[in-house]
Structures are given as structure tokens and as C-alpha cells.
Design a protein. Structure first.
Length: 605
């Protein structure tokens, strides 16, 4: 009974949207929203669904979505006019796919950039598409005149045909596409694919280090957003029997961003709410007597007021209020839960050749211009060993560690993991091969819960670098959920499993930092100053944790706490001025005169 109830509750948002669409013809006219305006709002809402996946859930701000809106609209319009297509749905599908193909090309060229550089690149491509539509391709697009005479939509089901008239029938036609688009978008958000998108938004560096190919995920969601835009553009032409040339303009992209911000990014229905507010005011203010051109000033002032009062948009404010009423501290956790957590599994790795080291560096050097950060350091790590790496500040420890982990490519030398060369493979591929790293400065997904953080690590292990499982529910991955729970219990964060990471104490965040490396299932672990910033009691707890997780794992620890290092490590490597100064047991290192002079200062004589 409870399982069935939970199943129904999972579909409540979709049922609420369906109910809202059915009630629209009754509720909207008294509010001054007619059928045509309602249909236009739904088209913008559909356009916004894809943009919200890109911006609200992945954190990629694009000013070029008008390019895909225009491509989808003009291809569909051309096919239904001069293209000789008589079937509506195939023409609409081809227009949508054309938008996706354009996004694939643009994404391959722009997604290597981040932040404002990515946003400006998409804007540049949108302007290029606007030029193509108005000049070289004007014989197909109509240039400044657009494409007129698009026939009214007719749905053919083989044995019966439905002519879609204007007014509320067109609203129902567009509403059907919006409902399907919302259902798909919500499934994407609550899929393993969607969980990785949230990780990329929160901390792309850590998502990559945990084994996710974030560039591929970015490209995939960029194309998905374009497909939504292309479909919305096609529906626009059908709705007004005319495909306007301004579909490609910057104004179109700008309105999409404005509507999403007003409504609430990262809510799916926020863009629809924003479109309702924006387009209703847009239509109403233009018909107020005596305003003249001042309606634009008023509309801009309303925008500023809304984003000032509602920091996360109107939709975000409504959701936050609803959660407070229900007594929730955060968004519902869609990660699968396990009643009893098993032992955290370690991913089996191909055994190294007999006598060969698990991890080996051969003469690795890293130069930055004329500065040599690490010079000709060789290093071997045996199976099951716990190795310490020490050295004064500026000794090259961090650079050395980054070369081992695949974050930095050596200028010279090679790195091998279980006999296979991993030099220059990158941190994602290295993690997938069974070696993971924790960071000196916490690299966590601050807006997600502890359980969701652990799931990000487990998903890379369970699904590989990339998987397009858009419609699979994350909650259905019970085994992955059990492994995440096991990692949570192993690092002692069980009481905080459903707490947002930003709310944790610093010591708890350090535990989570270690837990993320463990949750990947890696059997070679690199810990970069795991005791950094901890108090005496917390240091004792973390040392005990590191001892507890040793079984079945090979570990390298960089640390400044000499007492802890001599207690933990079986062998210690000392770096000084970018070179290996000494290597041996803790006792031998403490007695080494060169080490005492360079680093220990005679403390352990």
C-alpha cells in the first residue's frame, strides 16, 4: 500500500500540470488571458523547459537559444510550405532534430569555454545564424519577410484527421506538447543523468575528479535544450501561420533568460510562470492609454523589482514557502535509500604484474616557464601500502600529487597505474581506472545533501564516464543507494545523511571529502592534507578513520602533521625544493640528518 501511495505521489506534479491545463479555459479568461495569449505562454514555457535544464540545473548560461528556436521554426515552416510536406508531425520532428544538430555543432565549439566566455560564444553564434537567415538563406527563410502561409495544423492518425483551429483548440494542441515536454524534463531531472547535471552546476571540478565526463554531459544537455527550443519554434509557426524573422534575434534569447529568472531557475515550471508574468504585462502595458513608449520603462522596473524581492524567482519563493509549511529543510531527496547498508565495496582492479608497483612515477618533472616545481622525481608504491609524502611549503608536494592523480600533465616523465601508463589521461579517466583523490581545500557539492554527494561518486562507478539514462529514475538504483549509504556510515556521517552540505561543520565536511574518494570504489587513494584545519579532537578522529579504511586499499597521504604522519605511514617520501630528498621508514626519516636540517629542524632527534 505504501509503495503504491509513493508511486502516486511521484506523479503529483505532472497531474497538477495536467489539471492546470484542463482548467485554463475556465480560469484564464476572467484574468484577462485569452486563448491566443495562453497558447503563446505555453510555447515560451516549453522553450523555457529546455533552457531551465541547461541553466537552472546545469549552470550553463546561454544567450544563443534563439538560434535553435529559429532553426526549428524555419525548418518546420519551410517543410510545410515550399518543402511539400503534408504531414504535420514529421515536419515538426525534422525541425526539432535540425535544431539539435545545430546545437551539436555549436556545443562542440563552445562548451570548452566556461562562464561568461561560454555565454558570449553562444551569443556570437546566434548572431551568425541571424545573418544566415537574413542573407545567404533568404530564399528558404524569406529573409526579412519570414515564411507566411503555413497551413493550419492537421493531426492525421491514419483513419481519422483532426483539424486544429485557432483559439482554445490551438491552446489544447500546444498544451499537449507542453505536458509531454514537462513529463520528459522532470524525468530527466530525477534521473542519474540529472543528478550528474546538478553536480556539474555545484562543482564541475569535483564532478570530473569523481569520474564523470562533464564535457559530454554538458554537450548532451545543450542538445536537449536545443531540441526543446526547436520544437517550440515549430509550434510558434503553426500557432500564427507565419514564422517571423525575429525568432533569431538577441531579443528572443534575452526574453527567455528574463522569463526564467523571473519565474525561478531550477524549478521547471518557473519559466512558464515567468512567461505568464512577462507576456501578460507586455500585452497589457502596451494598451494603457497615455503611456506611449513609457510602457518599456515600467516593464523594466517590474523586472528589477521582481528579481530584487524574489532572489530565486517567484517560483523559487513559492517552493521555499511550501517546503517551510511542510517542515522540510531542503528539496526532496530523490536518492535511493537503503534500510541496511552493506560494507562498502572496492572495485576490483586488474592486478599488477608480480613484483610490479601499484603506482609508479618515473622521473616526473613539471616546469612552469623557467620555474621547476617538481624535478625528476621517481616514486613507487606497493600493493596495500600506506605511504606518506612530506616536505616544507613550496617543496612541490601539491604539484607532485596532481601529476599522480592526472590533474596536471608532467613536462617530462611517466606515471603508471598497475603497469598501465596514465600520463596525461586526465583525472576522469584515472578515477575510472581505480585511483581517486581527496582535496586539501574541500571540493564538495555544497547545495546538495550528504547522501546526494555520495551518490554522485557512486554513480560514476556504477555507470562509467557517461550514460544517457535520461528516463531512468535515480530512486530505482537500490544497489547504488546501498553503496552510498555504506560510505556515509563508514565516515560517520549517518546522522547528517539528509543535511545540506553547506550546513555541516568543518570537521564533518572533511569526513565527507574523504568519503567521496571512498565512494568511487577506488583501491588506490590519494589524500591531500586530510587533517588540514582540524582541531586536536577532530585530528584524532580522522587519523582513526584513515586507519579504519586501510583494509584492501593502497593509500598515499600528504600531510604537515608529523605526529600523525609518523603514526600512519609505513614509508615516507620527503620532497624538498621540488626534488626527492629522502625515502624510508618513519624511524629512518626521523634520524636522517638531511631531513632534520631541511624540514624537521631537529625536533625528532
Amino acid at each position: 500500500m505504501s509503495r503504491g501511495g509513493a508511486g502516486w505521489r511521484a506523479w503529483l506534479p505532472e497531474l497538477a500540470v495536467l489539471a492546470g491545463l484542463l482548467l485554463g479555459p475556465l480560469v484564464l479568461p476572467p484574468l484577462g488571458i485569452g486563448a491566443d495569449l495562453a497558447a503563446r505562454i505555453l510555447i515560451w514555457g516549453l522553450f523555457g523547459l529546455g533552457f531551465d535544464l541547461l541553466f537552472g540545473y546545469t549552470g550553463l548560461l546561454s544567450f544563443g537559444q534563439a538560434a535553435f528556436y529559429g532553426v526549428g521554426g524555419f525548418v518546420t515552416a519551410y517543410l510545410l510550405t515550399d518543402g511539400g510536406f503534408s504531414q504535420l508531425l514529421p515536419a515538426l520532428a525534422l525541425g526539432t532534430l535540425a535544431a539539435g544538430a545545430a546545437a551539436l555543432l555549436i556545443g562542440l565549439l563552445t562548451l570548452r569555454r566556461t562562464g561568461i566566455y561560454f555565454a558570449m560564444s553562444t551569443l556570437a553564434f546566434a548572431e551568425m545564424f541571424f545573418f544566415l537567415e537574413n542573407s545567404p538563406l533568404k530564399d528558404y527563410t524569406g529573409g526579412e519577410n519570414g515564411i507566411a502561409g503555413i497551413p493550419p495544423p492537421v493531426l492525421s492518425l491514419g483513419f481519422v484527421k483532426f483539424a486544429i483551429g485557432s483559439g482554445w483548440p490551438m491552446y489544447a494542441f500546444v498544451g499537449g506538447f507542453f505536458l509531454i515536454g514537462y513529463i520528459v524534463a522532470r524525468r530527466v531531472v530525477h534521473s542519474p543523468f540529472g543528478a550528474v547535471l546538478s553536480a556539474i552546476r555545484g562543482n564541475p571540478v569535483r564532478a570530473m575528479a569523481l569520474g564523470h565526463s562533464i564535457q559530454t554531459y554538458k554537450l548532451a544537455v545543450f542538445v536537449i535544450a536545443a531540441l526543446y527550443g526547436g520544437l517550440a519554434g515549430g509550434l510558434l509557426g503553426l500557432f500564427q501561420s507565419f514564422m517571423p524573422p525575429d525568432a533569431f534575434t538577441l531579443d528572443t534569447s534575452g526574453q527567455l533568460v528574463i522569463q526564467t529568472v523571473i519565474g525561478g531557475a531550477g524549478t521547471l515550471l518557473g519559466p512558464l510562470l515567468g512567461a505568464t508574468i512577462w507576456l501578460t504585462l507586455y500585452e497589457a502595458l502596451q494598451h494603457v492609454a497615455g503611456l506611449g513608449a513609457a510602457w518599456k520603462l515600467i516593464l523594466g522596473a517590474v523586472f528589477v523589482l521582481l528579481i530584487t524581492v524574489f532572489r530565486h524567482g517567484v517560483g523559487g519563493a513559492l517552493l521555499a514557502a511550501a517546503r517551510r509549511m511542510r517542515g522540510l529543510r531542503a528539496a526532496p531527496d530523490d536518492s535511493p535509500h537503503a534500510a541496511a547498508a552493506p560494507q562498502l565495496d572496492i572495485v576490483a582492479a586488474a592486478p599488477a604484474a608480480p613484483g610490479a608497483p601499484v603506482l609508479e612515477a618515473r622521473g616526473i618533472t613539471k616546469q612552469y616557464g623557467g620555474l621547476t616545481a617538481v624535478g625528476d622525481v621517481s616514486f613507487t608504491l606497493a600493493e596495500g601500502e600506506m605511504r606518506g609524502v612530506i616536505g616544507p611549503n613550496g617543496a612541490g608536494k601539491s604539484t607532485f600529487f596532481k601529476m599522480l592523480a592526472g590533474e596536471v600533465r608532467p613536462t617530462q616523465g611517466q606515471v603508471f597505474l598497475r603497469g598501465a601508463e596514465i600520463t596525461g589521461l586526465g583525472v576522469t579517466a584515472v578515477c575510472q581506472r581505480g585511483m581517486s583523490k581527496s582535496y586539501q581545500i574541500n571540493q564538495l557539492f555544497e547545495t546538495l545533501t550528504v547522501r546526494q554527494n555520495m551518490m554522485i561518486a557512486v554513480l560514476a562507478r556504477a555507470r562509467g564516464r557517461f550514460r544517457l539514462d535520461l528516463l531512468r529514475r535515480l530512486a530505482s538504483m537500490r544497489e547504488a543507494g546501498a553503496q552510498a549509504e555504506a560510505a556515509i556510515q563508514l565516515v560517520g556521517l549517518g546522522p547528517h545523511a539528509d543535511s545540506v552540505v553547506a550546513e555541516l561543520a568543518y570537521g564533518e565536511k572533511r569526513r565527507l571529502e574523504i568519503g567521496l574518494a571512498l565512494a568511487t570504489g577506488a583501491n588506490v587513494l590519494l589524500f591531500d592534507e586530510p587533517l588540514a584545519g582540524l582541531g586536536p579532537e577532530e585530528r584524532v578522529q580522522i587519523v582513526a578513520l584513515l586507519k579504519a579504511i586501510r583494509s584492501g586499499r593502497t593509500m598515499v597521504i600528504v600531510e604537515h602533521d608529523m605526529d600523525a604522519m609518523f603514526e600512519l605511514a609505513e614509508r615516507i617520501t620527503v620532497l624538498y625544493e621540488g626534488r626527492k630528498l629522502a625515502e624510508g621508514t618513519p624511524e629512518a626519516i626521523q634520524r636522517d640528518p638531511a631531513v632534520q636540517d631541511a624540514y624537521l629542524g631537529g625536533v625528532h632527534e
